[in-house]
Design a protein around this ligand. Structure first.
Ligand code: PLP
Length: 434
């Protein structure tokens, strides 16, 4: 070797340096230090054999980590309910309830009598109390499960009458018509994509009708020459109306005037309302069923109900969310743009002091997650060069923004205020000044 350059194999990063990397350090928490050390040591060996450049050892170790469970990320996308990011983050109260319920619980036991009790009655009581218009309530795994249970128990072998304008795809290729027909119910489609009248529904009713289904088109809007029939009118037709409101708003929210809520929908005459727990309600993934006590009882007793029952952790989180509805979702929806702007400006100033040039730009946040498709929320974002997007997304914690015309926008609306410092540090970890 003589006077040649230092053999790169001698520059292989040390184990303790590698284990201090934020991603690898975080992995030791879930995988254990020994497993991560073994992965690091394999990557070092490859560099010593000359298969890797020493600078590639860290990345090779990260790539070799087993696929982790869901990782905590910072949502700077400006999408309040991002389905790919797990929709609603739980409130601190709900998180504490989940942790507390992780051991043995009285989920199906009455401690006073020592007898078996109705499963999850705390959550059911809280839901019933939150929507007094409901004669009874039931909870299943998600919104889709709530629809499947209603369709199976009330319309298998019979017909569900539904407008062609409401046969929606709820995401990732899952379509409501397919879901409903998988239960053995037949769909009786009425009207057209843009217009359906009450006469269309009336003409389709008969002894074969299980129920009329009203679906809130929660992830798109049809505008122009349109007409749809509301629950109030459908309820006069003499058959049960099942309303899938989607978002899980229990009462009206003035910020979201076009978003149906459970209480108003029941008062308008719906026999049953179905909704998700992890959208605007801001709770865990769950399917809520509210309405006529006799119908709810039929759903509860149907054999399929057992396959859709919710776990104790979900029940714990749902109960806490219903008792303390000040959720992060609500905070993000109602965040004051002036306050958001100040947070972004402070972040820009502090990054500037460290030589990072960022800008403060107005942004538009959305509800997302199949909710309030027309609503735009005024917001503020930190604007960085696009080259920050990938390293921030793959860092620890991952920070997700939105790339718009060559810039990465970090919208702070859905970032908890106490995480601004974590965003700053993540930006500083991206190598290079601008
Ligand atoms: C989100 C949504 C669903 C599906 O609910 P999940 O909880 O995701 O299963 C069904 N219908 C409507 C109208 C929705 O918005």
């Amino acid at each position: 070797m003589g006077d040649g350059p230092v053999d790169p194999r001698r520059r292989v990063p040390r184990t303790d340096t590698l284990l201090a990397d934020p991603v690898l350090a975080a992995a030791t928490v879930t995988l254990g230090r020994e497993q991560v050390k073994a992965i690091v040591s394999r990557a070092q060996d490859r560099a010593r054999r000359g298969e890797l450049h020493p600078d590639e050892v860290r990345d090779a170790a990260v790539v070799a980590l087993p696929t982790p469970g869901p990782r905590v990320v910072l949502n700077a996308t400006g999408v309040v309910l991002h389905t790919n990011l797990g929709r609603a983050p739980l409130s601190p109260a709900a998180v504490a309830a989940v942790v507390a319920a992780a051991g043995h619980t009285d989920v199906e036991l009455d401690l006073a009598t020592g007898r078996r009790a109705r499963r999850g009655r705390g959550a059911l009581d809280a839901l019933a109390a939150a929507v007094p218009d409901a004669g009874a309530v039931h909870v299943v795994n998600n919104g889709a499960a709530a629809l499947v249970l209603a369709a199976t128990a009330l319309a298998a072998g019979r017909e569900i009458v539904v407008s062609r304008g409401e046969l929606v795809e709820i995401g990732d290729g899952f379509r409501l018509p397919d879901l409903l027909e998988s239960t053995g119910a037949r769909l009786r489609e009425v009207g057209t994509t843009n217009r359906t009248t009450v006469a269309d529904y009336a003409a389709a009713l008969g002894p074969q009708t299980g129920f009329v289904l009203k679906v809130h088109p929660s992830n798109f809007r049809v505008t122009g020459f349109t007409s749809a029939v509301g629950v109030r009118q459908l309820a006069t037709l003499g058959v049960p109306v099942v309303a899938d409101i989607g978002s899980g708003l229990l009462g009206a929210d003035p910020l979201l005037p076009d978003e149906p809520d459970a209480a108003s929908t029941l008062r308008a005459g719906a026999a049953l309302v179905t909704a998700s727990g992890d959208k605007l309600l801001g709770g865990p993934q769950a399917g809520l069923l509210l309405g006529d006590a006799e119908l709810i009882d039929r759903l509860r007793r149907h054999p399929l109900a057992r396959a859709l029952r919710v776990d104790k952790l979900t029940l714990a989180a749902l109960t806490a969310t219903l008792h303390q509805p000040g959720t992060p979702t609500r905070a993000a929806l109602h965040a004051d743009p002036g306050v958001l702007r100040e947070r972004v400006e402070r972040l820009r100033d502090r990054l500037g002091a460290d030589g990072r040039k960022a800008e403060v730009v107005p942004a538009v946040a959305v509800v997302g997650g199949g909710g309030a498709p027309g609503v735009e929320l005024d917001s503020w974002a930190l604007s960085l060069p696009e080259r920050y997007a990938a390293p921030l997304r793959t860092g620890e914690p991952p920070v997700l923004g939105r790339v718009v015309r060559g810039r990465l926008l970090l919208d702070l609306r859905c970032v908890p205020a106490d995480a601004d410092e974590a965003v700053r540090q993540a930006v500083l970890r991206v190598p290079g000044n601008d």
